[in-house]
Every structure is written in structure tokens, then in C-alpha cells.
Design a protein around this ligand. Structure first.
Ligand code: FAD
Length: 531
């Protein structure tokens, strides 16, 4: 999970002008992600019709978690929580530049974890709702995507950062006890009769940890592709049409004024509505967003866990009961000027591979502005292979008590990169694209999760679909809101764009992710001082 930050240095030399070039299109030959190693035979190279349709009701651009959940809600309106009265849009074309789910969703760390203590309370509450929604969807619809609900350990290796996190939990106890109830603070002094200890969490050298109760590991590609396969089987064309390997190179207004034309190398499609679910690549089609959603490259390795020696050869590796984030200030890191933000989930046994991402502070330009996922950075790969064993106790339970986990380099079965979409004000952009940004009626965006989209995208997509369907006076009757509100922070408006542009550009003085700044930016600790 990559977390977002704004540093104090950014405040200096802030400019509101564009400082980043627009993103390119997704690269032709991306690195091989672990999650893409079992591609869906149904979806590989899929084109529902040989030719592109010339017109449709809604074009969705991008087949990651956002585009696919948006397609699901467009096709299955009963999932919107109410009945649509008035005009209804029936036909959907999903366009994907490469293969289905080959962007960030097919290249991430495999986590779905709301960030409760480091988010504004409304965002934390929304993320918890998204988590609940996804957990039930997977269960009720029996989606085989290796979803494992567990707890998320955030281990801090800097005292200051841990104390900030603990203070944030403390403050939530006063203002939002329902959120605080989602977390446990574990200090070096915590003893086993009180619950978890740093040793029982396998992070004995941490300065402290926050344990979040809602977290999951999953195979994100399988979740997304299972949904697409089911939609293809249920909705033949023209209701649903999927076209892979079809990049949208340009969007223009149709001469009639109330439609959009998506231009691709294989022809053009005219539609009433176009939804950009293009995350880090959004500025390729909307250059005005180049300073608001910046592509940032992350790197991940699938590491082979150490196994104890047993008579018959090798025993089972340690089985981890949690997912992990490892965070630290820059000062204590050797040679790294940016903070630590690394993340880990374990694949099920018997293989138990450790999917470990991060190390971005060792990447060229910290990965900022990089939209190509067709190269690896060797120094990041080496860091990932070497840096896990020292912070996480990987000793298998079957090992002899004197047999310590080796702190040697681990071998990787896969190493890959992926492109995230970092938002200038840290929040996703969900809603209509204003005229001033190259949009106008019928053009929509749902993107910019800042490396943390898994507990946000599904219901952000539902919200944008509700907006699309009610744009021409149609109404959703019934309990459409079902208690879940898109946080105000995610809504697109001219005002928000102006305010975001008063923030420093992501290109300048931007170090990396920093939990300390993130916690501070929630404003929770200010409330504490004031009270
Ligand atoms: C290395 C890495 C680690 C991450 N770790 C985590 C994590 O642990 N937890 C978490 O919550 N989040 C994590 N994220 C972020 C998370 O994966 C994203 O927020 C989420 O997947 C975004 O989904 P999306 O559908 O919006 O975008 P994507 O999955 O990127 O989908 C966008 C799609 O649009 C397509 N596309 C783009 N432009 C065009 C075009 N012009 N024409 C046609 N198609 C186009 C792309 O090919 C792509 O398939 C990570 C991301 C990366 C890269």
C-alpha cells in the first residue's frame, strides 16, 4: 500500500502552472507481474465483436478495478440500491489499451486495507464501507480470488512516527470511537496478557505498531476478471462489448455537441457518456489533469520465504497471520532521503510467497512522473530482496528454537513495476470533468487513488455511475444511498481544482510517502491541541 504525503518543503516554491508533462499510453511490453501469471483464457485478447461498434450509450476507458466495477453497476442497475426512473442507458463498451486488468490493479501489492488512522474520518469511514462491500461481494457471489480477511500490522521503525500514529488513534477515541475501535496500539512495553506484542506480531525490533482490524489479501486480477467473464456471459452485444488492445488516443466532442467520440487506432466510437477509469494514465487524454494526477511508478517482488531444514529436506515457511506495512522516517535509513513505506502480503500455503512492494525511495526521481511499467529498477529490486528479513521475523514455527531466520537476501520468483495515479491533494477525483479541464457534459472521471485504490475504487465507481445515470433528470428511487457517502474530498469541482493548485506540485521537492505528514494532514492532531 503506498500512502500519500505532502512535505513542508513543498510549500516553498509552489506554482499553480502545469509542471508535469501528460502521461503516455500504457507501455507495450510491461514487466511480468505475479498476478498476471495465470491469465484468463476467455479474456486474453478478447474482442466481443471483430469491429469496434460505431456508437454506444457509455464508453468506459480502462479495465482495472474502477472500470470493471463501473461496468458492473452500469449493466446491473439493481446493484445501485434503488430503481432508475426516467431515461436509462443500456449499452456499454469497455475499452482497454492492453489486456484486461493489466494496469495497477494487476500489478499492485495484493492488499485491500482501509487506512483508518491516517485518513480524514469521512475517508476512513468510506474505505471501511468499501472493504465491507467487497468482502461480502466476494463471499456472496463466490468469486475465487484468494480473498483472505486478516489484520493489518503497521510497524514503525521511528519513534516519532509511531507516537504520531498512536496520538492519532488516541484522538479518534475522543472524536470517532467507532473508527478507533478498528485499531489496537502495540507498544514495546505491551505484554502478552494484554493482547498482541511486537514479538507476537513478528516485528520485535519495531518502535511500535498499529494493528488495523480490517484488512485483506487477495488476487486482484482474479477478482476483476471473474466479474468481466460473468458480465460477458450474461450480456451479449450490443449490451456489453469488451475491446482489448484498443487504446483511446483522443477524445473529442461530437459535432452534435451532446456526445463524445473516443478515437482509437481501430476506429472511433460515439457515446452519450465517456468515463475515464484510466488512473495514472488519465492526463494522456486530459492533459489539463497533468498537474493533478501524476503517474508514479511502484515496484514489487514475489519473494520465496525461508524454509527450515528438516530431515526430509525443507519444511514449511512461516505462516503470517497479518498483512504488513513497514514505515520509518528518512533519517534512520541508510542513504535514503525519503521515508520508508513498504508493504507485504503472504500468498496461501504451501508456497507462502511474500509479495513485498515499496523501496520507492531508492527509485529514479522516486518514481514520480514515470508512466512506463516496462522496466525494473535493479537497485529497488535488490533492496526488496534484502530488506525484509531484518524487519520481519520469518522464523517458521516448526524451526528449532535456536534456529533463527537468516537475514540473507531472499530469491524472487517475479519482480515487476506498475503505475499509480498520485493526486495533488491526496484524494481520488470522482465526478464530471469540468469544461475548463477539457470536459463538459457527458465526460466523467474516477481516478487518482494515490497508491491506495483497493479500498476506494469499487464504490467510487458506483457513485460515478449514479451520477451518470441521473444526469438527464432521471432519478434513483429507493434507498440509493444506503448509508455510504462518497467523501466530499473525492468530489470533482472547480473550487477543489483551484484549491489543489495552491498546493505544491508533485514534481517539486516531493520526497515520497510519509506517514508522519499524512497523519498530520488529517487535522486530527490539531483538534487535540485545541481541546
Ligand atoms: C506497485 C503498486 C502497488 C500498489 N499497492 C497497493 C496496495 O497494496 N493497496 C492498495 O489499495 N492499492 C495499491 N496500489 C494502487 C491500486 O492498485 C490502484 O489504486 C488501483 O488498482 C487503481 O485501479 P484503476 O482501475 O483505477 O486503475 P488501473 O488498474 O491502473 O486501470 C487503468 C486501466 O486503464 C487502461 N488505460 C489507461 N489509459 C488508457 C487509454 N488511453 N485507452 C485505453 N485504456 C487505457 C490501463 O491499461 C489500465 O488497464 C498499488 C499500485 C501499484 C502500481
Amino acid at each position: 500500500m503506498a500512502i500519500r504525503e505532502l512535505t513542508s518543503e513543498q510549500a516553498e516554491g509552489s506554482e499553480s502552472s502545469l509542471t508535469m508533462p501528460p502521461s503516455g499510453l500504457p507501455s507495450a511490453n510491461p514487466t511480468s507481474s505475479y498476478w498476471l501469471s495465470e491469465p484468463s483464457p476467455i479474456l486474453l485478447g478478447h474482442r466481443t465483436t471483430e469491429e469496434l461498434p460505431v456508437e454506444t450509450d457509455v464508453v468506459v476507458v480502462g479495465s482495472g478495478i474502477t472500470g470493471v466495477f463501473a461496468t458492473l453497476f452500469l449493466l446491473e442497475k439493481n446493484r445501485l440500491g434503488g430503481t432508475i426512473k426516467g431515461e436509462s442507458l443500456e449499452k456499454v463498451v469497455l475499452l482497454e489499451a492492453r489486456e484486461v486488468c493489466s494496469g495497477a490493479t494487476g500489478r499492485n501489492g495484493g492488499h485491500c486495507q482501509p487506512l483508518v488512522y491516517g485518513s480524514a474520518p469521512a475517508v476512513a469511514a468510506f474505505e471501511l464501507e468499501v472493504f465491507k462491500f467487497m468482502e461480502s461481494l466476494v463471499k456472496e457471489e463466490n468469486i475465487p480470488c484468494d480473498w483472505v480477511s486478516l489484520t493489518g500490522v503497521h510497524a514503525f521503525y521511528s519513534e516519532n512516527m509511531f507516537e504520531l500514529a498512536a496520538a492519532s488513534v488516541d484522538q479518534l477515541q475522543q472524536t470517532h470511537p467507532e473508527l478507533a475501535a478498528q485499531m489496537e496500539v502495540v507498544r514495546p512495553s505491551s505484554s502478552s496478557n494484554q493482547g498482541d506484542t511486537l514479538a507476537s506480531l513478528r516485528v520485535p525490533t519495531a518502535k511500535g505498531a498499529i494493528v488495523q482490524k480490517k484488512a485483506a489479501s487477495l488476487w486482484p486480477y482474479k477478482l476483476v476478471t471473474q466479474i468481466v467473464e460473468r458480465l460477458l456471459a450474461k450480456y451479449p452485444p450490443p449490451t456489453f462489448n469488451l475491446q482489448t488492445n484498443t487504446p483511446v488516443t483522443q477524445l473529442t466532442r461530437h459535432e452534435s455537441g451532446n456526445r463524445w467520440v473516443a478515437i482509437t487506432p481501430r476506429g472511433s466510437i460515439t457515446a452519450r457518456h465517456v468515463l475515464l477509469a484510466t488512473n495514472g494514465y488519465t492526463s494522456h487524454l486530459l492533459p489539463a489533469f497533468a498537474d493533478l494526477i501524476v503517474p508514479v511508478r511502484g515496484q514489487v517482488g514475489a519473494l520465496l520465504p525461508p524454509r527450515p531444514k528438516v530431515d526430509a529436506g525443507e519444511g514449511s515457511p512461516a505462516k503470517l497471520n497479518h498483512s504488513y506495512v513497514f514505515a520509518a522516517d528518512p533519517e534512520i535509513e541508510t542513504g535514503a532521503t525519503a521515508p520508508r513505506d513498504d508493504y507485504l502480503v503472504q500468498r496461501p500455503m504451501p508456497t507462502g510467497e511474500l509479495i513485498y512492494g515499496g523501496g520507492r525511495r531508492f527509485a529514479r526521481s522516486l518514481g514520480v512522473g514515470e508512466w512506463r511499467d516496462d522496466e525494473l529498477e535493479p537497485q529497488v529490486a535488490e533492496y526488496l530482496r534484502k530488506s525484509l528479513a531484518p524487519v520481519l521475523d520469518l522464523t517458521p514455527s516448526s524451526a528449532n528454537s535456536d534456529e533463527k531466520t537468516p537475514t540473507r537476501e531472499l530469491n524472487a520468483s517475479f519482480e515487476w513495476t506498475g503505475v499509480m495515479g498520485y493526486s495533488r491533494d491526496q484524494h481520488a477525483w470522482v465526478g464530471p470533468v469540468p469544461e475548463s479541464m477539457g470536459g463538459g457534459e457527458g465526460l466523467w472521471i474516477c481516478a487518482g487513488y494515490t497508491g491506495h485504490g483497493m479500498p476506494a475504487a469499487a464504490l467510487s465507481a458506483r457513485e460515478v455511475v449514479r451520477q451518470i445515470l441521473t444526469t438527464n433528470g432521471a432519478e434513483i428511487e429507493g434507498d440509493a444511498k444506503d448509508g455510504v457517502k462518497l467523501p466530499r474530498e473525492f468530489m470533482v469541482s472547480e473550487k477543489r481544482i483551484i484549491e489543489a493548485r495552491t498546493l505544491p506540485p508533485l514534481a517539486q521537492g516531493w520526497e515520497a510517502t510519509n506517514f508522519a505528514t499524512l497523519i498530520t494532514s488529517t487535522g486530527l492532531l490539531d483538534q487535540r491541541k485545541a481541546s
